[in-house]
Write a protein that binds this ligand. Structure first.
Ligand SMILES: [Fe+2]
Ligand SMILES: [Fe+2]
Length: 311
């Protein structure tokens, strides 16, 4: 019930794709809009109202600003309340070097779609509040992980999917949001499992027993439903078991390893002193114990540099 609602409408997916691609321009946007007459008409009416005059489309994109144009077209004319997570993700990534902020925006749209669905999916106000709190928690953890994932991916030459690393960090736990949407009791279940300090393996087992699949599996289905993020589906699926991809192609393993380390770093939220700090072993966790820089593609000192001071 939820997956089709958080997958973008084809028109929104097409707009996000134009903005996220390296050769996005007014002409490509115009061409995409021409393929969707209903949305095109809504856009023309919106422009006419804003400018009190008819303005040719190409010119209107520039006059109203590309970002306003994107927001309008992605929400299908302001029908969906998207924007908060998407804007935040975009702002965070635009502060980093070699960034692709429109891809971060598109990943944030997924969280916004989950937020927009709250009223439809969850009737009980207290349960809805629990769900939205869990969503904010996962998004905040995702943003922290995203910054690290982006930093690590930048340092690995030839890593396919590197442009998507920030989005992967942001989305790696989105399956937890989906599980909470299906059962608001998931928030309590997760908290309980964390407080009991159960091992990751036991927690994953308990999750799969109770819900039929883990948050990593469900998160990978969310990515697969989104054309821009389908290439992340495997890395998200294995973000707690990257070693299972060791025999796979190198980039798939490295991307999953990046998400695993980034998630652990974001969760522990501590600053390492140097590359001999025992924290580094904790960040690698049992998932990547024994993996060295040659297989991971990044050095311990890259982790030290990216480790955040406690907030
Ligand atoms: Fe996770
Ligand atoms: Fe995580």
């Amino acid at each position: 019930m939820i997956l089709p609602e958080v997958a973008p409408a084809p028109s929104a997916a097409a707009v996000l794709e134009v903005f996220a691609s390296l050769d996005s321009d007014v002409d490509r946007l115009n061409e995409r809009l021409a393929r969707n007459p209903a949305l095109g008409e809504r856009w023309d009416r919106h422009v006419e109202k804003a400018r009190s005059a008819e303005v040719p489309r190409r010119q209107a994109f520039v006059l109203l600003g590309m970002e306003n144009t994107r927001d309008f077209l992605v929400t299908g004319g302001g029908k969906a309340a998207y924007g908060r997570a998407a804007q935040t993700a975009r702002e965070v990534l635009s502060k980093e070097k070699d960034s692709a902020p429109e891809l971060a925006y598109a990943a944030g749209v997924i969280f916004d779609a989950f937020a927009a669905g709250a009223a439809r999916w969850i009737a009980e106000p207290i349960e809805r509040k629990t769900y939205l709190t869990e969503l904010d928690r996962v998004a905040a953890h995702g943003l922290q992980a995203a910054r690290v994932a982006h930093g690590l991916a930048r340092g690995i030459s030839g890593l396919s999917g590197a442009r998507l690393a920030f989005a992967g960090g942001l989305l790696h736990d989105v399956g937890k949001v989906a599980l909470t949407a299906l059962d608001p009791g998931y928030a309590e279940f997760r908290k309980h499992a964390e407080e009991k300090a159960l091992s990751r393996r036991i927690r994953q087992f308990a999750e799969a027993e109770r819900y039929g699949l883990t948050h990593a599996e469900l998160g990978s289905l969310v990515c697969a439903a989104h054309p821009l993020f389908a290439p992340l589906a495997r890395a998200v699926r294995f973000h707690h078991d990257p070693h299972l991809l060791r025999g796979d192609d190198r980039s798939a393993f490295r991307l999953a390893a990046i998400l695993s380390v980034a998630s652990n770093m974001a969760r522990l939220n501590k600053k390492a002193e140097n590359d001999k700090d025992p924290l580094i072993a904790e960040w690698k966790g049992p998932e990547l114990k024994g993996e060295d820089a040659a297989s991971l593609g990044f050095q311990a000192k890259a982790l030290v540099k990216l480790s955040a001071p406690p907030v």
